[in-house]
Design a protein around this ligand. Sequence first.
Ligand SMILES: Cc1ncc(COP(=O)(O)O)c(C=O)c1O
Length: 358
Amino acid sequence: MTDTPLDHVSPATLGVHAGRPPHEPDQPLNTPLTLASTYVAGGDREYGRYGNPTWQAFEQALGALEGGRAIAFSSGLAAVATVLDLVGQGATVVAPRHSYNGTIMQLADLEARGRIRSRLVDVTDTAAYVAACEDAALVWLESPTNPMLEVADIETIATAAREAGAHVVVDNTFATPLLQKPLELGADIVVHSATKYLSGHSDILMGALVVEDPELFGVLKGRRDLVGAVPGTLEAFLALRGLRTLHLRVERAQANAAELAVRLGEHPAISEVRYPGFGAMVSVVLAQGAMAADLFTRKTKLWVHTTSLGGVESTFERRRRWKGEPATVPDALVRMSVGVEDVEDLWNDLATALDDLT
Ligand SMILES: Cc1ncc(COP(=O)(O)O)c(C=O)c1O
């Protein structure tokens, strides 16, 4: 991998340069797609489930951005499951009550099978969260949360949780390492759905974990090797290609989101705007209820009604259309993933659809 010194460069430069082949004659500039199920014996990789040069390039780039060592997975939920699998029999996991519903469903599944006890807490209530951590083995954070966009005081909670002897995990999917670096705030493990902003083009499923501690790295990589939750090579290639422009996409999408949040807040069809002040996700509540929210998602021409998020294209959906979504998420809440298009085009499309509702 790259021999260019990348110790003191900005995240934008890291994202472009980390994980490239060395600057040597005839080396490809870009990391190639290595399709291999097995390697000639005697090296570090040996078999395709233990490592792949294309995944490793992605891992190097993401690790550099987060300030740790990354491990790529087949999906965000495979990464989540790998962490939860490490929790001891009967131990307690504290998590935000509005975590991504797939995470909540994994916790509920483990609890139903008697594996763990889960405690879902309001992540904006730092004192309650800290109190809940006292006897926990694992403290899960997601910030901003999906889809309520609540922001956690990661540093305070992580400090308290670690003092209580718990491991701290932060799902950093919505913030990306450009806007939030959980390892610097005291987390032990960072989780990503690389399906979203990291890859950024709505064309792959992939996940990742990032850790600093070498022992924890070994344990988590060992679990991945054992259960085989590994990404496809093409996925890793595309995720790395996406990562190269992460800073440009996040900058543009965030500027669009901030502007749209203001305009949406002034529209009579919207009763509430949830925007944490950073990132490119905005959630709105439709004043006339769930039916109006469903209508809204069908009336636009540019905005696409779809689940998932974090792509270059603007997408949205009413989250409660999913059964697993917590009942405390408003029925009329539409989660909007703001893309990198022209903000006036995005607004005109939204305003036309919203005007039609009023
Ligand atoms: C915050 C968050 N974490 C994890 C996941 C799961 O990731 P994946 O869909 O890649 O399994 C998602 C998916 O939407 C998510 O939004």
